[in-house]
Design a protein around this ligand. Structure first.
Ligand code: PHE
Length: 447
């Protein structure tokens, strides 16, 4: 797709579903509940909500606007707003590409687990107990095989391009996932022990607050809204000019936060229900045994209590989660691929296979050195790089981009913008508050 024949989302709902598809993924269903469970539940929830609304949402508007203005890959889009220093602008674009690629490299491993968990119960039912144990036990060979499978799925969808690949998948399947969530939440709340989890999740214990919590919650908010690494910039570039950016950003942020909140509503009660049923989740002192695979322990334990329906529901849930992860991973791979297409003149197939293959190689290296590399790559990219690139976008939009040009860009889909509350606050907010607040969150635990 050369820039003169750029793919566009064919409908507004298609875009919302695709952008929400990028946002909703393992960050919501694995990252958020795991962090909430290990950080005092409600205390984390409160800080997270503050981070989403006060920092991530304004930055989502900024990132979508940069992309829609450029109508091009992140490198060109950034250059188009920083015309005086195109080299540096391109350099930031490059850092975003590298960040998106490394996020994808660890994300594919996690998402591979979803694939193996999706098929394990069926294999077990068919009588292949050993095989099904292999599928759910942590092991290098399992990790490698399913990482390759998930990476190939990502590559295949990205090969097909915007409207055909990305939009079609997201619009059809995202709503189904929401429905399944509601059913599962209703079920878990009828089980013994659920109330203890609900209480932990909804009644804040302020003694749990500490500086590190703010850094974690901010990283989680940026990760969950796919910010800082160019994904939302690319998706913004596929948006038509008549779209109201602040409104669409608010819709995407609300859907994403709604799903994260619901995932907590499911996982925290499910933890205590599982404990009631004898699954060892907590140490004697009441701390979580291991957090990384918490969700992968708790959910199958819940499905098991449901009998045969549980097998079906478990299968449906993990398949839908694979798809949710896929709508996120494609938005990561789309960042380097769109850049290679426009900047290097590669065609989509070449860009997708070469870059997708290279990222898969990185995933394989991480799989082979899991203990040393997985957490490191995940933390550096999501806790540090995403918010720090957010600071860069805030400075670009707030200080470097000509205010009138910025206004004109947003105005095209929101003609009455100057009369509204949004325009009175947002430009100043992005200029001063966002960069300072992000840096302060980092500085606080150091002080
Ligand atoms: N937001 C996605 C999730 O919650 C992850 C993601 C990060 C997607 C960065 C794109 C870019 O799973």
């Amino acid at each position: 797709m050369a820039s003169n024949a750029r793919g566009h989302f064919s409908s507004k709902i298609g875009f919302i579903m695709a952008a929400a598809g990028s946002a909703v993924g393992l960050g919501n269903v694995w990252g958020f509940p795991t962090k909430a469970a290990s950080n005092g539940g409600a205390a984390f929830l409160v800080i997270y909500l503050v981070m989403v609304f006060l920092l991530a949402f304004p930055m989502l508007v900024a990132e979508l606007t940069i992309g829609r203005h450029g109508q091009a890959n992140p490198i060109s889009s950034l250059k188009s707003i920083w015309t005086k220093n195109r080299t540096l602008a391109g350099g930031f674009g490059l850092i975003a590409i590298v960040t998106a690629s490394f996020i994808l490299s660890f994300y594919s491993i996690l998402a591979g687990w979803l694939v193996s968990y999706a098929i394990a119960p069926t294999i077990d039912l068919a009588g292949f107990h050993q095989a099904s144990n292999w599928l759910v036990d942590f092991g290098v060979s399992r990790n490698l095989i399913f990482t390759v499978i998930f990476s190939l799925l990502t590559i295949l969808v990205v090969l097909r391009g915007v409207a055909d690949g990305i939009e079609r998948w997201s619009t059809r399947l995202m709503p189904l996932l929401f429905v399944l969530f509601v059913v599962m939440i209703l079920y878990i709340c009828t089980q013994d022990g659920a109330m203890e989890g609900l209480k932990m999740y909804l009644v804040p214990d302020l003694s749990q607050l500490h500086g590190g919590l703010f850094v974690d919650a901010m990283g989680q908010a940026f990760f969950s809204l796919s910010l800082g690494c160019g994904s939302m910039m690319v998706y913004g570039s596929y948006l038509k000019k008549d779209v109201n950016l602040p409104k669409i950003a608010a819709q995407v942020a609300s859907i994403d936060t709604g799903v994260a909140f619901s995932a907590g509503l499911l996982i925290l009660p499910a933890m205590y229900v599982a404990k009631n049923n004898g699954v060892d989740i907590f140490t004697e002192s009441g701390a979580l045994k291991s957090s990384g695979d918490l969700v992968f322990k708790v959910l199958p334990a819940m499905f098991e209590t449901m009998g045969n329906i549980g097998v079906l529901l478990g299968f449906g849930f993990f398949v839908l989660m694979v798809i949710a992860a896929l709508t996120s991973s494609i938005s990561m791979l789309e960042v380097p691929v769109s850049c290679a297409q426009d900047e290097l003149g590669w065609n989509r197939a070449k860009a997708t296979w070469l870059i997708g293959g290279l990222i898969l190689l990185i995933s394989i290296v991480i799989c082979l050195n899991f203990g040393r590399l997985f957490g490191l790559v995940a933390d550096v990219t999501t806790v540090y790089m995403q918010p720090l690139l957010g600071v860069a976008w805030a400075i670009l939009v707030g200080w470097i981009w000509n205010r009138n040009k910025l206004l004109n860009e947003i105005k095209q889909g929101y003609p009455e913008i100057e009369q509204g509350f949004f325009w009175k606050i947002w430009p100043w907010y992005v200029r001063f508050i966002c960069p300072v607040a992000i840096i302060m969150v980092f500085a606080y635990p150091l002080i």
